[in-house]
Design a binder for this molecule. Structure first.
Ligand code: DC
Length: 213
């Protein structure tokens, strides 16, 4: 890696605004972007599509090892059921090892990258130049997800979305291997009140300061 190689790690629970923030930061700093949630989603979807069990660790790890990161597409992987299945396969250490290897290879290639997920600052890229932990209250996250679904012409029940998010948070934060938690040196960005745009501006100030050092 060169002096110029920059890795920005972004973690946080579902629907906190990590995706938007990561894409904006990648574009601002000329970095590549990997939404690592898609790697877990693609693994889960490949198992579902082939009628394979979600709870067989060796089979799931085999699928994870053969994943092509260049073909990840959120529009294909966005369905609710795929997210649930992803959270289930994500508890398996062999699956995580395979996907973390691929994520690290992505991060290592020049000029650097923004990675977002649950364990980027703690496990995948503990030496990242800047780390953020993006969060918001469950109610605000549920409302954002609800509005996203409705704006795309779908229908949903706000209380069901909230219950789902809380279940997913508990699974992601409660697993033994690489649970969702902020790295000790992560900057906390709570987007409940400030909104994503203000969070982006705040993040840029912190990244600029880190790049000057
Ligand atoms: O961010 P997302 O909803 O696309 O992620 C789907 C699931 O993948 C999430 O519930 C937990 C898992 N995940 C993970 O365990 N580690 C990551 N770095 C990213 C996602």
């Amino acid at each position: 890696m060169t002096e110029q190689h920059i890795i920005i790690a972004i973690d946080g629970p579902a629907a906190a605004g990590k995706g938007t923030l990561s894409r904006r930061l990648a574009s601002r700093y000329g970095l590549r972007h990997l939404d690592t949630g898609l790697t877990y989603r693609a693994t889960a979807k490949a198992l579902l599509d082939r009628g394979l069990p979600l709870d067989d660790e060796d089979t799931a790890a085999d699928v994870a090892r053969n994943l092509d990161l260049s073909g990840l597409d959120r529009s294909v992987l966005a369905q609710h059921g795929v997210g649930e299945a992803a959270s289930t396969v994500a508890v398996m250490p062999k699956v995580r090892r395979a996907l973390v290897d691929a994520q690290r290879a992505f991060a290592a290639s020049p000029p650097g990258a923004v990675l977002d997920g649950r364990d980027i600052g703690t496990v995948v890229c503990p030496d990242a130049r800047v780390k953020f932990y993006v969060t918001a209250s469950p109610e605000v996250r549920a409302r954002r997800r609800y509005e996203e679904i409705v704006s795309q012409g779908g229908s949903a029940e706000l209380s069901a979305i909230l219950a789902d998010l809380e279940k997913r948070d508990a699974r992601d934060a409660g697993r033994t291997d690489s649970p969702l938690r902020p790295a000790a040196d992560a900057h906390l960005l709570d987007t409940s009140e400030m909104g994503i745009e203000a969070a982006f501006e705040a993040a840029c100030v912190l990244v600029d300061a880190a790049l000057r050092n």
